[in-house]
Design a protein around this ligand. Structure first.
Ligand code: APR
Length: 231
């Protein structure tokens, strides 16, 4: 099982959250990434995600060698591989990964609070945007998981954690739960070997058997080649 965070998309040109130049250094979580923020000021929340969605759709933003290496791992590994990402970008699927869980949702989808429909979405969202399914106005929100909400597909994740022999965490600072606790479940419940690949030691680095520190585009392809050389 592989867990990824914002660090894997950094070298593609997307910002991380908690680095010195990260998103949370300029915007407050409680203003843009909670259900309360959306209830209080939906226009502000939409503006935040509209800017990020436009950024993601910039043709300059492309999957990098780390995304590509994980897609290769899925294709070449003899057993099942599940990629769980905290990222709401689509760079893993663009690189070719398909056994993929977006536990924090997806920036390129919108969800209707009225009828529950989830639709692919590439345009800006606004307080007057009409749901394509129920025609309700102002009911759409980005299909992302905000602080205080439950991550998606947790049953599938818990099952994969319980069965995994190798757990690799890539480009995540280890600050946000439940993802930050996956290493302990994999290690102590499943008996998995656990590896961190990150630019610098994460908050949870001591929980891993092994840690390598450097840019994802260097570490991840090398690690995948090492794994595949052993099968
Ligand atoms: N290669 C590898 N790691 C990198 C790189 C890189 N090129 N650049 C940065 N990193 C590392 C940073 O050192 C940091 O430890 O990636 C990590 C990114 O951490 P965060 O910004 O906290 O991102 P993440 O862990 O994905 O955040 C988790 O928090 O705000 C929420 O919902 C949001 O999914 C997100 C969650």
């Amino acid at each position: 099982m592989v867990l990824t965070g914002a660090g894997i998309s950094k070298e593609s040109g997307l910002e991380t959250f908690r680095d010195a130049d990260g998103i949370w250094s300029t915007v407050r979580i409680e203003d843009v990434a909670t259900p309360e923020a959306f209830a209080r000021d939906p226009g502000r929340v939409h503006a935040f995600y509209n800017a990020r969605r436009r950024g993601l759709l910039d043709p300059k933003i492309q999957p990098n060698a780390a995304h590509a290496a994980l897609a290769r791992l899925e294709r070449a590994w003899p057993g099942p591989v599940l990629l769980v990402t905290q990222n709401i970008d689509d760079l893993h699927e663009r690189a070719g990964s398909s056994a993929l869980v977006h536990m924090h949702g997806e920036m390129l989808k919108a969800r209707c609070g009225g009828c529950g429909t989830i639709a692919p979405w590439r345009d800006d969202l606004g307080v007057d945007t009409v749901c394509p399914a129920c025609r309700g106005a102002g009911t759409l929100r980005p299909d992302v998981v905000w602080f205080g909400e439950t991550p998606l597909e947790m049953e599938r994740i818990v099952a994969a954690l319980a069965a995994c022999a190798l757990f690799v965490s890539i480009g995540t600072s280890g600050n946000v739960y439940p993802a930050a606790g996956f290493v302990e479940e994999a290690r102590y419940v499943a008996g998995a070997h656990t590896v961190e690949l990150n630019l610098e030691p994460s908050a949870g680095v001591t929980a891993f058997h092994e840690a390598r520190h450097g840019p994802a585009t260097v570490l991840v392809p090398a690690f995948v080649e090492e794994l595949l050389a052993r099968v």
